[in-house]
Design a protein around this ligand. Structure first.
Ligand code: PEP
Length: 254
């Protein structure tokens, strides 16, 4: 069982040439990275098919976006089937930036999860509370609600294709990370919730990633939490050297 994962999210950054260069550096050094960590990258969607073809099978690809529908008259949308046909492995669903700025409601998140799993596309499901919720101590209630609605209709077998990313909104792109203790507590809560909603074997097998201003200087401390299986990395994934040190920090061989 391999739970350790480091996934990079470039968001809307990098030209195609910069992207190719990053992949080149990553591929060159892939053999020197710990082999108990799965490495994933989410480039801008227009680059996916090309980059997949430039990469070894060690580098898994994530789409930052996926349609909540099947194919049809939906201008600008791309479906889970299309992504699978391009060799993409996962879709990022429920990222707070999409929830906040692109109307990704709980209902849409749930539909995207369903469409992805039906198409054989893995899911990285993001959840996270805002600062007000954290200040009121209601973070567990909010996370429970997000997971419950996003995973409605999902069964234990399908959970093999689901990764959870806990991303406190107040820590994303702000330079302010959750403390190792805050992350550890929430990850434990999430694993216990999965055990209750599904079963303990499913809970043990599910990877739970931390996201929010994770960087080389703090990754090891955050990943030390028993239920923290790695990270979803925004800003620090843009630089391959930073990304590689975060991958090393996620290895259990440390
Ligand atoms: C993210 O967007 O998923 C993220 C964690 O961003 P950052 O690392 O830049 O905070």
């Amino acid at each position: 069982m391999m739970r350790n994962i480091v996934a990079g999210n470039w968001k809307s950054n990098k030209s195609i040439n910069d992207a190719r260069e990053w992949i080149g550096v990553m591929e060159r050094d892939m053999d020197s990275l710990p082999d108990d960590v799965k490495v994933m990258i989410a480039p801008p969607a227009p680059y996916l098919a090309l980059l997949v073809n430039l990469s070894s099978s060690r580098l898994l690809y994530v789409s930052q976006q996926v349609s909540a529908t099947q194919s049809g008259p939906f201008t600008g949308e791309f479906t889970a089937e299309m992504l699978v046909s391009c060799g993409v492995d996962y879709a990022l669903i429920g990222h707070s930036e999409r929830r906040a700025s692109y109307g990704e409601t709980e209902e849409i998140v749930c539909k995207k999860v369903r469409c992805s799993l039906d198409a054989g596309l893995g899911v990285i499901l993001c959840c996270g509370e805002n600062l007000e919720t954290r200040d009121n101590g209601e973070q567990e209630k909010v996370i429970r609600g997000q997971l419950l609605s996003a995973l409605e209709g999902v069964n234990a077998l399908e959970m093999e294709d689901v990764i959870i990313a806990y991303e406190p909104i107040w820590a994303i792109g702000t330079g302010r990370t959750a403390t190792a203790e805050q992350a550890a507590l929430m990850h434990k809560f999430i694993r216990e919730w999965i055990a209750m909603r599904f079963d303990s074997e499913t809970a043990l097998k599910t990877s739970i990633l931390y996201g929010g201003s994770c960087k080389p200087s703090n990754a090891a401390a955050i990943f030390a939490g028993e239920d923290v299986d790695g990270g979803l990395i925004g800003g620090a994934s843009l630089n391959p050297e930073d990304f590689k040190s975060i991958i090393r920090a996620a290895s259990s061989e440390l």
